[in-house]
Design a protein around this ligand. Structure first.
Ligand code: GLY
Length: 565
């Protein structure tokens, strides 16, 4: 196993001593921390902050901003995020909710025509599909509350990357190719992200001059310069001229919310993951609670997979019918975390046969899978602070709309609402009233930055992948319980079931040929994905071997940490 260059033998000693709570002068130790992201430029920027004495919050602030610049197809200042934090000083776990909000003029039928049919692309393309961004606010929030360095220092790498440019990576080219038609829809967007209207060649330098100016403004005046004043007016004018409905009040009132994460346990491990409006914590915990009633390793590999699929079916079913922004819900969903509810859900699982979705209640049409958007990163510092962040603008290149002169590519997260009861969003997910569009509401998400802890150590993990994020985290957690390491967790072939549409989406190699036959004869509909899913990033602390391990998903096709150093 190799680790980043900022680790050495002392790290292992210092880290254990630190982790066990013993206080030692920092200068005794050479452990500066660890970073994992999907992008080498972002990783290096975060490591530099740690090496210069910054804490995990500082490094995470730099990385979030940097990813917003160097991977504009996946996330950005025009998007939202969930931060999961373990604060070593207070010993508290926190979730920061920087999810986008629906504009105040939005309403539940806003994407439907007079016959209540969905108007194509209205919730996915252009400014009407954009929620009010949360990332500029969360950067300031974290800096004010937890940071040790100035925001202007932390945003400098992002500013420099925007103004000087950087060579676009393979994933950029793939995304630009996939979304070329959308990128050409708006002149401002085309001028920034395409090369004279064409998908650039490898090595093309992407410069984002307007974005650099916007970052500079935030460096100087804080996030208020984004949500108020002349900059906000400039964004609003362009949004409204292009069919959007944002108002000054929408921007002025945007707030980061601190919430309690969902905590649960499964066979000796603790799981800490975000609560609503992320469905991640509840779906993950509910599915694991269902599986806790079985001794999985006593079953054949096929039956184990069958049981995982059935647990996911039920947990995602609860997502569809019950979940939304908790501030708009009357019903508490705490019951989803109880062993008694899991036992009740297990009663309907047949060990040899797939469940008919109709017996769970609702029915379904077809599913169009979406790309590998969104991004996840994690940081740990010498103080023991841990930060896991998943941030997104939803689809590749979000709404494809950049308000004139701002460089901010807006999200299309409004599509994560249930825009019509029981109809699919871009991830094939369905939802009902709990996730209907309402003014000021946060759309339900699947982003799941997660901590796993046990007497073996701990893992900080997360991944992009839309609705599939939660099943990817579940498979990785089971792999860890089975003795897997960070590398095997990120590399594991994946399969997914989300209740609706009623099939198992799987990566090649997720099932052996005999398992495919057996699962099909049990009544499962299997669909091989034509592309791999996820880009998982993991930092793992292993108590037994006194080692820290960092792993990036091989699917990311970025240089891994091992290749960089
Ligand atoms: N935009 C995808 C999600 O938040 O689940």
């Amino acid at each position: 196993m190799k680790t980043s260059k900022i680790f050495d033998h002392w790290l292992y000693v210092s880290f254990i001593l630190f982790y066990s709570g013993t206080i030692f002068p920092n200068e005794l130790f050479q452990f500066k921390g660890a970073v994992v992201t999907s992008n080498a430029l972002a990783t290096e920027a975060g490591e530099k902050i740690l090496a210069e004495g910054g804490n995990a919050y500082d490094a995470a602030t730099t990385i979030s901003a940097m990813l917003s610049v160097v991977e504009p197809f996946a996330s950005g200042l025009g998007g939202g995020a969930f931060w999961l934090i373990y604060d070593a000083k207070s010993k508290e776990y926190k979730m920061l909710d920087a999810r986008e909000t629906a504009p105040l003029q939005s309403h539940k039928n806003m994407y439907l025509d007079e016959n209540e049919n969905i108007i194509k692309n209205l919730s996915t393309l252009g400014p009407l599909s954009a929620g009010i961004p949360g990332i500029p606010a969360v950067l300031s929030y974290v800096n004010d509350k937890y940071g040790s360095k100035k925001l202007s220092t932390l945003l400098t790498p992002a500013y420099k990357a925007a103004i000087n440019g950087f060579p676009v990576n393979e994933r950029y080219l793939k995304g630009a190719n996939y979304k070329k038609k959308w990128l050409k829809k708006y002149k401002e967007t085309e001028a920034i992200f395409l090369d004279k209207g064409e998908v650039p060649k490898k090595g093309w330098i992407l410069k984002q001059t307007d974005l650099a100016k916007t970052i500079k403004k935030i460096m100087k005046d804080g996030h208020k310069s984004f949500y108020t004043g002349s900059f906000a007016k400039k964004m609003l004018e362009s949004v409204r001229n292009n069919g959007g409905i944002w108002s000054e009040e929408d921007l002025n009132r945007y707030k980061v919310l601190e919430r309690e994460p969902v905590r649960s346990s499964y066979k000796g491990i603790s799981i800490i993951a975000p609560g609503l409006p992320s469905s991640g914590g509840l779906v993950l915990s509910n599915a694991l609670n269902i599986l806790a009633g079985y001794e999985l390793d006593k079953f054949s590999p096929t039956t184990q997979k069958h049981l995982i699929i059935e647990a996911l079916r039920r947990a995602y079913y609860q997502r569809a019918i019950k979940m939304g922004d908790p501030d708009f819900m009357d019903e508490s969903l705490e019951f989803l975390l109880t062993p008694s509810f899991a036992a009740k859900q297990r009663e309907s699982i047949n060990i040899t046969y797939a469940t008919d979705n109709q017996t769970l209640e609702f029915a379904n049409p077809t599913y169009q899978g979406q790309g590998n958007d969104t991004t996840h990163f994690a940081v740990i510092d010498k103080f023991g602070n841990r930060v896991a962040v998943t941030q997104s603008i939803n689809f590749w290149f979000g709404s494809a709309f950049v308000p004139k002169g701002t460089g901010i590519l807006l999200n299309n997260e409004m599509d994560d609402f249930s825009i019509k009861p029981g109809t699919e969003n871009g991830y094939g997910l369905i939802g009902y009233n709990a996730n209907a569009v309402e003014p000021g509401k946060r759309m339900l998400s699947s982003m799941t930055p997660t901590f796993l802890e046990s007497n073996k150590g701990f893992v900080i993990l997360g991944t992009p992948g839309g609705s599939r994020i939660i099943s990817m985290i579940l498979l990785a957690a089971l792999e860890w319980i089975d003795g897997g390491n960070a590398k095997s967790m990120v590399s594991l072939p994946r399969f997914h079931h989300q209740y609706h549409p009623d099939y198992v989406l799987y990566e090649e190699e997720a099932f052996m040929p005999n398992e495919i036959n057996e699962l099909e004869s049990m009544g499962h509909i299997l669909k091989k994905s034509n592309r791999q899913f996820g880009n998982m990033q993991i930092i793992m602390w292993d108590h037994k071997n006194n080692k820290i391990e960092i792993a990036s998903d091989p699917r990311g096709k970025e240089k891994s940490r091992e290749e960089i150093y």
